[in-house]
Design a binder for this molecule. Structure first.
Ligand SMILES: Cc1cc2nc3c(=O)[nH]c(=O)nc-3n(C[C@H](O)[C@H](O)[C@H](O)COP(=O)(O)OP(=O)(O)OC[C@H]3O[C@@H](n4cnc5c(N)ncnc54)[C@H](O)[C@@H]3O)c2cc1C
Length: 468
């Protein structure tokens, strides 16, 4: 069956829904096609019988993430502050230390102390990332980059984050902690991450605030539900797009059962998932290289409810970085209401893939042992726990987001963002202000929709109803 619309949006995650809502608002007919049986993509909330919500995917935002906050305001969602007081801890070689013992104060203080202390207080995560960003901006990095570029030696374009960390003026323990942070954040080992791409991702975080400021007791899914509620036509679910072909002035979008004809298609799926779609378009080789530059990650998110926030009685914040297993970070995710206090563990990278092959009992026993090592035996007896494995990434891309592999095109995100023609790309990974966040997905989806609508209106394209 052929259906004709102005625009087809592939993927009903935050980016696809935001794009489709924008098309509808701008008077264009649009159909969203989604592979899964639900909308939201990497935003997913589990609702317990007791009414409590657990975010299995995205959860936290900051005060600069205006698109999410505006949707929260429209939906009258309560915004709870993510707890962040007390001593952060780290566990290195089975020993527990205060986290801030391992900050390289010389480097950080030189450039950033005044600003960081004013804005963040002693937040070591932010300090580390800012330290690294600063280092990337130094002449020491740019100079060889230019020289190498001139001599057409691509080695610098293929430096990994592990290579860069080796060159940073940090102690061994700092470097281990840095590696664990990268592993958790990107879902792959530092050896696999293209350093220049990570630099671009840093630069695309257009906020002076930490990313974990607020969350919603009712769940982040209420945000994507708000977007879905703005659509004129319900998304077509359980329909995986297999082929996209340019046919004359139109685009044919093919699922297992249907064919859609449209003026433009927006591919709002993570690049590793997009690489599984067959594109019959000009420059399909260049597109394959860009999409193939991204690698899926792995992350396991485990939220544990406790009877009391016992860690606070010791003066601890509940934030813990572990270097073994590499990629394990823990955060206090309690809400400011009467619900039981929570800790959430995020295990990213190769260890997440390894743990995913264990059975759930074995996995949780390992996690509780590690929590007990850091916080004492009270950590062994959570009231309940909920796990989410974002490891198999056939449609979600795996991990929080996909990242550029060392040998990939370092500015693949920019190139996909700027891809012109009737096939366009959108998604969290491609945003210029909040890449890798729900905010970025919404912003990017809306931006792509506004551009396409402008082109269609400029060409005098009339509104096209769904036509069969
Ligand atoms: C565990 C976890 C924790 C996170 N925590 C946070 C957080 O605290 N704060 C934050 O801002 N962000 C967080 N993120 C990241 C955030 O969830 C994502 O960046 C964002 O949701 C991505 O939105 P998107 O629309 O770009 O992609 P997606 O949400 O991945 O949506 C893409 C959609 O496309 C569909 N699809 C894929 N292939 C096809 C196909 N061939 N045909 C049809 N449909 C297809 C998929 O099923 C999916 O629904 C987290 C992510 C995870 C996994």
């Amino acid at each position: 069956m052929h259906t004709s619309v102005n625009v087809v949006v592939v993927g009903a995650g935050a980016a696809g829904l935001a794009a489709a809502a924008q098309f509808n608002e701008l008077g264009l007919s649009c159909q969203v096609i989604e592979a899964q049986n639900r909308v939201g993509g990497r935003v997913r909330t589990l609702f317990h019988g007791n009414g409590r919500a657990v975010d299995l995917g995205a959860q936290m935002i900051n005060a600069d993430m205006r698109s999410v906050l505006d949707l929260a305001r429209t939906g009258s969602l309560h915004c709870s502050v993510v707890p962040n007081s007390g001593q952060d801890l780290c566990v290195i070689a089975n020993k527990v230390f205060p986290r801030d013992e391992f900050i390289d104060h010389d480097t950080v203080d030189m450039v950033l102390e005044a600003r960081l202390d004013r804005v963040y207080g002693p937040s070591s995560d932010v300090r580390f990332f800012d330290c690294l960003t600063t280092w990337f901006r130094t002449v020491g990095f740019r100079k060889p980059f230019r020289t190498q570029q001139n001599s057409r030696d691509a080695s610098v374009l293929r430096m990994s984050v592990a290579d860069v960390l080796r060159m940073l003026p940090l102690s061994t323990h700092d470097k281990q902690l840095a590696r664990t942070q990268f592993c958790e954040q990107y879902g792959v080992a530092a050896e696999c991450l293209n350093a220049l791409a990570v630099k671009q991702a840093f630069q695309s975080y257009q906020s002076d605030r930490p990313d974990l400021e607020f969350h919603f007791p009712e769940g982040m899914e209420k945000i994507t539900d708000q977007l879905a509620g703005q659509l004129s036509f319900p998304p077509k679910l359980n329909a995986r797009v297999e082929r996209v072909s340019c046919v004359g002035q139109r685009v044919e979008v093919v699922t297992g059962a249907d064919i859609w004809l449209c003026d433009f298609v927006v591919i709002a799926v993570p690049p590793p998932a997009a690489s599984k779609i067959s594109f019959v378009i000009e420059e399909s080789k260049a597109l394959r290289d860009l999409l193939g530059s991204f690698q899926p990650g792995s992350v396991i998110k485990t939220t544990l409810e406790f009877r009391s926030a016992f860690w606070r009685l010791h003066g601890w914040s509940g934030r813990i970085s572990f270097t073994d297993p590499m990629g394990l970070e823990v955060v206090d995710t309690s809400f400011d209401d009467s619900s039981p206090p929570r800790l959430t563990a995020f295990l990213g990278g190769p260890k997440a893939a390894e743990w995913a092959s264990l059975n759930s009992d074995h996995r949780i026993a390992k996690l509780l042992d590690l929590l007990a090592l850091a916080l004492g035996d009270e950590a062994r007896t959570p009231k309940s726990f909920e796990e989410a494995l974002w490891v198999e990434g056939s449609v979600c891309g795996g991990g929080y987001n996909s990242s550029v592999r060392v040998e990939g095109v370092h500015n693949a995100a920019q190139k996909l963002r700027e891809w012109t023609g009737r096939v366009r790309f959108a998604g969290a990974e491609l945003d210029t202000a909040f890449a890798g966040y729900v905010e970025g997905a919404i912003r990017n989806g809306r931006a792509v929709a506004a551009e396409i609508a402008h082109t269609l209106h400029a060409n005098g394209k009339p509104h096209l109803a769904h036509e069969r």
